[in-house]
Design a protein around this ligand. Structure first.
Ligand code: DAT
Ligand code: MG
Length: 150
């Protein structure tokens, strides 16, 4: 089944929003298959944001993400990559719809609370970067037949 990489950034952890953010994915019906608190190294931050390395905000982004712990997660479910991006909201929290995580809790693009993979291939790359295979747990929720018709 489809999986995505979700990270609660330092601002989300510092502001006490871990539970609120996890709840959005849990109550949607998605399944948590990996989770850890991480003090992100410079190397991991640079690898994670490699696609943005030429952008003017890259150095600030790496500094931010290494400044305080993050919560790294892998979530699973049908259509989860695109759905998680909708739950998260637009990159700039002022442009994010109310009801999304960024729309409800953020203001500044440099403090937008959460990361979610933007495509299935990106999710595969990011999951492999953050989680060794043995840290991911395959399990079936007892709610499955109440969430999926087939
Ligand atoms: P997203 O996190 O919605 O996938 P992205 O991949 O384009 O957005 O950018 C990664 C992060 O970089 C984003 O969450 C916040 C930061 N960022 C993006 N655009 C920025 C900008 N114009 N100024 C400052 N930070 C920016
Ligand atoms: Mg992105």
């Amino acid at each position: 089944m489809e999986r995505t990489f979700i990270m609660i950034k330092p601002d989300g952890v510092q502001r006490g929003l871990i539970g609120e953010i996890v709840k959005r994915f849990e109550t949607k019906g998605f399944t948590l298959v990996g989770m850890k608190l991480v003090a992100v190294s410079q190397e991991l931050a640079e690898q994670h944001y490699d696609v943005h390395k030429e952008r003017p905000f890259f150095a600030g982004l790496v500094k931010f993400i290494t400044s305080s712990p993050v919560v790294a997660m892998v979530w699973q479910g049908d259509g989860i990559v695109a759905s998680a991006r909708k739950i998260i909201g637009a990159t700039n929290p002022l442009a994010s719809d109310p009801g999304t995580i960024r729309g409800d809790y953020g203001i500044d693009v440099g403090r937008n609370l959460i990361h979610g993979s933007d495509a299935i291939e990106t999710a595969q790359r990011e999951i492999a970067l953050w989680f060794p295979e043995d840290e991911l747990v395959s399990w079936e929720s007892h709610t499955k037949s109440w969430l999926y018709e087939k």
